[in-house]
Design a protein around this ligand. Structure first.
Ligand code: FAD
Length: 379
């Protein structure tokens, strides 16, 4: 009898959990290395900021998001030795593998941003304590979930209608694939009274005088929310050699030069679609399919075609976007999508088990036929 193939997954976020949970069901020997005690549903941070979700709705113990049979090493990967096929941990372990799946997400290159519960708690306190009149929201690319700044601006304006909320968007024109959803979100925010300024790239933040200087002028603020650019966590610097991200073949998610190594989710160098949870999920499904086709040999390996989909807050309503390599499809704002967005907080936990992947595939096929195409290479 041949030995079980050993798969080492780094990170138990969306991409890592979906990968591990699917592979263990097919009898592979799956180990996840993850330092954190908790898995955070990051889109729910926006709801938590607005007081619409409790921490126990958006945070669960890591053990609870991993299927039975997945081995968890509660430790931090500190070095990846691709040639020697091993990963070293901060606790001194050397973990070897037949397949390696890197899914450690990203970190901000500055703080505070809005990616962690601590940061969101700080923002909540600032919003409650000082009742700021002029609130400026901005970010520097690359970011994850480019819809989040629009959502945050609109939701703050909804709860503080008397405050002046300004959203500084660093690019004049979003990439063609994101244009429709970006316009939808900007129009919805503007209707509420949010001032959306496009092409305002932040050049300098003077926190003493509370002024942010941009290519489109200077803006005074009482409260500034600024999302710093992202890159792979520093432990992966040796492999994150494409502008801070791990270079992969975009269809197979295999790391260039190392076919037994995959990088899925925010950490890889795929920039279109923009980094988001659904893309991380679809990429994990692809890596699983690639590994199973090779180890079990009973199915054709799927390829990643740039799928992502998401319900987002749009002003006082919600919208839905699907995108892939061909184009995008946007459902215009409606109260239904707002409810769906909120309801996804519960559904999310079930998606991590891999149990609803067939639904993801069905939705992907459905929307793929409806996308408004963009020209190849213009995504
Ligand atoms: C405010 C906000 C709103 C968002 N809204 C949406 C939305 O509406 N829709 C959407 O689709 N996406 C949204 N996103 C983006 C989405 O949450 C991310 O794209 C997604 O979580 C990426 O998944 P991932 O598995 O790549 O990384 P993550 O989910 O970040 O997981 C990475 C995991 O790796 C672990 N890790 C890190 N370093 C190491 C190490 N050295 N060793 C071992 N493990 C490590 C981390 O602890 C973490 O558990 C939002 C994000 C934010 C911050």
């Amino acid at each position: 009898m041949t030995a079980k193939r050993r798969v080492l997954v780094v990170g138990a976020g969306i991409a890592g959990a979906v990968t591990a949970n699917n592979l263990v069901r097919y009898g592979l020997d799956v180990t996840v290395v993850e330092p954190s005690e908790h898995h955070v549903y990051q889109p729910g941070l926006v709801d938590y900021l607005m007081g619409e979700a409790r921490t126990d709705e958006i945070i669960r113990p890591v053990e609870s998001v991993l299927n039975k049979g997945v081995k968890l090493v509660r430790d931090k990967a500190v070095k990846v030795d691709l040639k020697g096929r091993k990963v070293m941990t901060s606790g001194g372990k050397e973990l070897s593998y037949d397949y390696l799946v890197l899914a450690p997400g990203v970190v901000n290159k500055g703080s505070p941003s809005w990616h962690t519960l601590n940061e969101i708690d700080q923002i909540r306190k600032s919003l409650d304590a000082t009742d700021p009149k002029r609130i400026v929201i901005s970010y520097k690319l690359p970011v994850k979930c480019p819809a989040a700044p629009f959502e945050i601006a609109s939701l703050i304006k909804l709860t503080k209608p008397k405050s002046e909320v300004t959203l500084l968007v660093p690019v004049k024109e979003p990439p063609p694939l994101q244009r429709k959803i970006s316009q939808t979100l900007a129009e919805s925010a503007s209707r509420l009274g949010v001032k959306v300024v496009r092409g305002a790239e932040v050049q300098e933040i003077n926190s003493e005088n509370k002024v942010v200087k941009t290519s489109e002028g200077s803006y005074e603020y009482d409260l500034l929310l600024f999302d710093h650019p992202i890159s792979a966590p520093p432990e992966f610097a040796d492999v994150a050699v494409d502008k801070g991200f791990v270079p992969v073949d975009r269809e197979t998610l295999r790391v260039k030069g190392y076919p037994e190594v995959f990088a899925v989710g925010d950490v890889n160098n795929i920039a279109s679609p923009p980094k988001n949870g659904a893309a991380a999920h679809f990429q994990a499904m692809t890596a699983v399919s690639q590994i199973l086709a090779e180890t079990l040999g009973n199915a054709e390996a799927e390829r990643y075609k740039g799928q992502a989909m998401c319900a987002v807050y749009a002003g006082d309503k919600g919208a839905f976007v699907f995108m892939n390599d061909e184009g995008s499809y946007v459902y215009p704002p409606s109260p239904l999508w707002r409810t769906m967005k909120r309801a996804f907080t519960d559904l999310y936990w079930a998606t991590l088990s891999g149990g609803v992947d067939s639904m993801f595939n069905t939705l992907s096929k459905y929307f793929s036929k409806r996308v408004e195409p963009v020209k190849p290479g213009q995504q």
